[in-house]
Design a protein around this ligand. Structure first.
Ligand SMILES: [Zn+2]
Length: 224
C-alpha cells in the first residue's frame, strides 16, 4: 500500500494499476496486505492525488513507517513512486535485460547486524532482474541526513539489495547530493517546482567532481 493491496478472499496481490481487476471487486473485497484492514480507492481523475488504496481507519501493522500507517503519504511522493515504476529503465541505465520487472512496495526483511536488530523495510519500487538481483528505487522527499541515508542503504545491502535514491523537496540538499555522489558516482533528484499536478521531472545531477553541476535531464514526466 498505497499502490498495493490484496483481495480479502485468497489474498491475491493487487496493484492499483490493474484497473479492470481492481474495479471489478466489491467495496469490502480489498484489504491491506499487512493488517488485513479494509481499504478503499482514493484519488485519481481530476484530483491532485494519484489513484491509490487507503485505509478506512489507520493501519494496524505497528512496524510500518508513520507515513504508511497514517495514510498521509503525500501526493508528491505517490507521484514520484509512479514515475519510478514507469521509468525504471532510466534508473538502471544500460543494465536492463528482457524480463526485468518493477513492482511497488515490496517488503524487505533486514537481518540483524552490527547491533541493529532484525527489522523490515518497504521499498517504494523494486526492480528485479531475471537472475534474481534486485535494486530498490527510493523516492526520498522528507528531510533526511546523510547518516540516515547510509543506515538505510546498509539495511538494503544487508538484505542483498542495491538501492538508488532520488532526492526531492526537503531531502534535496547539498549534503545529501554529495553523499549520493560519493557513494554512487551520481545523484538523482526530482524537481516538482515547474510542473503541474505534483508531477515530477527527474534529472541526473552531479558529476563525480562537482555536485553542483546539473549534467542532463533524464526524462520528463508524462501522466498516465
Ligand atoms: Zn494496514
Amino acid at each position: 500500500m498505497p499502490f498495493i493491496a490484496k483481495t480479502r478472499q485468497g489474498g491475491m496481490r493487487l496493484s492499483i494499476q490493474d484497473y479492470e481487476q481492481v474495479d471489478a471487486l466489491g467495496k469490502d473485497d480489498i484489504v491491506c496486505p499487512f493488517c488485513d484492514g479494509t481499504m478503499f480507492i482514493r484519488g485519481g481523475d481530476r484530483t491532485a492525488y494519484r489513484r491509490h488504496f487507503a485505509h478506512r481507519i489507520e493501519c494496524g501493522a505497528d512496524w510500518l513507517p508513520e507515513e504508511y500507517a497514517s495514510g498521509l503519504e503525500t501526493a508528491e511522493h505517490l507521484s514520484g513512486k509512479e514515475w519510478l515504476k514507469m521509468n525504471f529503465r532510466h534508473m538502471i541505465a544500460d543494465e536492463f535485460v528482457t524480463g526485468t520487472t518493477a513492482e511497488y512496495e515490496i517488503i524487505i526483511n533486514v537481518p540483524a547486524y552490527a547491533g541493529v536488530p532484525a527489522h523490515k523495510r518497504i521499498t517504494d519500487v523494486m526492480v528485479t532482474f531475471p537472475n534474481g538481483r534486485q535494486i530498490a528505487l527510493e523516492c526520498q522527499l522528507a528531510s533526511i541526513t546523510p547518516e540516515t541515508l547510509e543506515e538505510r542503504t546498509n539495511d538494503y545491502q544487508r538484505a542483498g539489495i542495491d538501492v538508488r535514491w532520488v532526492l526531492g523537496k526537503t531531502a534535496d540538499r547539498d549534503q545529501n547530493r554529495r553523499w549520493c555522489d560519493e557513494h554512487f558516482g551520481v545523484c538523482y533528484s526530482f524537481d516538482f517546482s515547474y510542473v503541474s499536478q505534483s508531477a515530477p521531472a527527474t534529472r541526473r545531477i552531479a558529476t563525480p567532481n562537482d555536485v553542483r553541476h546539473f549534467e542532463s535531464e533524464v526524462a520528463s514526466y508524462s501522466p498516465v
